[in-house]
Design a protein around this ligand. Structure first.
Ligand code: FES
Ligand code: FE2
Length: 390
């Protein structure tokens, strides 16, 4: 019990104080609404593409689809990363047909009539015609640029070429808690793709609350006792001051006694990230996210980056990447499946819940759901969706 309880004063806590209507149920399955969200929310925000080391070699490239937009990201010979619409300025053909590869020269060459563009600038270098007609200047036909940024070993794009990646603005859950994670030098040890039969917003709603945790994630709540209380932060309840300073993880957060990381047996196998502080370790997990397409989870011995791809109104593809220190991956006897299996288990449990949620949203009389006190982040998310569409 804390001495600092002040019953007469207004105690700040996170929960919603009144019931809030959810988004219209049809927004989770209507194809026109989905197209509108792709045009506004997806094309209007920074999107995580991949880790920088996938594009480390000069002239390596990869493509990235968002809705009907196809983007190519190329590492120029000088080292800079550039992104362009993957479309030729002649008559529009796709330029790079593979998902990833290596250019043979410093040119991006259209496979149709061989117009060639400088990989570094996107400038049109040559056409294949015997002469350039009156009224044509190569300078008028560069590739359409897309903004591209590298942040701490990860690659992001924004379809607005004038967009600037500013860490302080881009993350809707601050990346500040990741300052001690050596994200730049961590390497991908395992990648997993899965498809969930749900709308992308259904995924984020589930991700942003723990009301579902005790019945959906029995293993996770055993590891993180706070989640048995169906909250994500100790300050999510009005009486949180009653337990301020408590060492009990059910109230302070963090892992159960003996728990070292998010893994099947709770052990970090002696590979806790050395740069993390005692506070980082005690917190046990830290998240940041950029809506609509990525969240990053940091744990004492690894990081997990999960990217969403909205395949259709009711189909979302997830790509999860587990990052480790190189020495952890190289260590003899380090069993990567201890953390990977645990992460997959939790994500599969969430996927099942999301699919049930998605199916039920079709009930003809259902206009929208309602948000309860613990769902304050969903309310923030809904506000972000509505504002972005406006
Ligand atoms: S469409 Fe690319 S060269 Fe013709
Ligand atoms: Fe969950």
């Amino acid at each position: 019990m804390s001495e600092r309880r002040t019953p007469d004063a207004e105690i700040a806590y996170n929960s919603l104080k009144q019931a809030e209507p959810g988004l219209p149920a049809a927004w989770y399955y209507d194809p026109d609404q989905h197209a509108r969200e792709i045009r506004t929310l997806w094309r209007g925000n920074w999107l995580y593409v991949c880790r920088s080391d996938e594009l480390s070699a000069a002239l390596s490239y990869r493509t990235f689809e968002i809705g009907d937009q196809n983007i190519v990201i190329v590492r120029a010979s000088g080292g800079a990363l550039n992104a362009f619409h993957n479309a030729c300025r002649h008559r529009g053909s796709i330029l790079c047909t593979e998902h990833a590869g290596q250019l043979k020269s410093k040119l991006l060459v259209c496979p149709y009539h061989q117009w060639s563009y400088a990989a570094g600038s996107g400038d049109l270098v040559r056409t294949s015609s015997f002469a350039e007609p009156d009224g044509f200047s190569k300078a008028d036909y560069p590739l359409f640029k897309v903004a591209c940024a590298e942040w701490r070993g990860s690659v992001f794009i924004h379809l607005d070429p004038s967009a600037v990646f500013d860490e302080k603005d881009v993350f809707n859950r601050s990346a500040e808690n990741f300052r001690n994670f050596p994200l730049e030098t961590m390497v991908t040890g395992y990648t997993w793709k899965t498809q969930i039969a749900c709308n992308w917003k259904t995924f984020w709603e589930n991700f942003n609350e723990c009301l579902h945790c005790p019945n959906v994630h029995p293993e996770l709540v055993e590891l993180v006792p706070l989640f048995t209380r169906r909250i994500i932060n100790p300050k999510d309840v009005p009486d949180w001051q009653d337990h301020e300073g408590s060492a009990d993880p059910k109230f302070r957060g963090g892992m159960r006694g003996g728990g070292e990381t998010w893994s099947s047996d709770g052990s970090a196998q002696g590979h806790t990230i050395a740069q993390l502080t005692p506070e980082d370790l005690e917190r046990g997990h830290t998240y940041c996210s950029i809506w609509p397409n990525v969240f990053i989870g940091g744990y004492p011995d690894h990081v997990r980056i999960v990217r969403l791809h909205p395949v259709g109104p009711e189909e979302t593809e997830l790509t999860a990447e587990w990052l480790f220190l190189p020495e952890t991956l190289a260590a003899e006897g380090y069993d990567i499946s201890n953390v990977v299996d645990f992460g997959k288990l939790v994500m599969e449990q969430d996927a099942t819940a999301c699919e049930l949620n998605q199916k039920g949203l079709h009930a003809a009389p259902l206009e929208h759901g309602v948000l309860m006190p613990e769902e304050y982040v969903l309310h923030r998310f809904h506000t972000w969706v509505r504002d972005g569409l406006a």
